[in-house]
Write a protein that binds this ligand. Sequence first.
Ligand SMILES: [Zn+2]
Length: 119
Amino acid sequence: MPPTDTTEQLADYEQRYHDLAAQLATIGLIHSGSLTARYTRCATPGCKCHADPPQPHGPYYQWTAKVNGKTVTRRLNQTEAELYQEWIANDRQLRHVIAQMREVAAKATELKLKQAANP
Ligand SMILES: [Zn+2]
């Protein structure tokens, strides 16, 4: 049954907000930017990258981010790429949880303002 009065609804929002805040504490290390894996073909005739089916060279991993308005890139090996992948996924999860917190907070603060206006 959905909560009917403002106090119940507010308590529901506050509970959801605290649940989301608790999720933040479980998120591991974060890192900005994005990761790409590239495959290339060389110019050597008869190389496996020109075979049928082709076996392109790679993957070559690259991390890209904007730092102070400039695009920064860094080549990564397989191990580094796996770490970055995890940290970047954590970063995405963090932003997702915060976005949900903002939504819930917007509803809760609206109710609080209504309560304050009509005590
Ligand atoms: Zn090749």
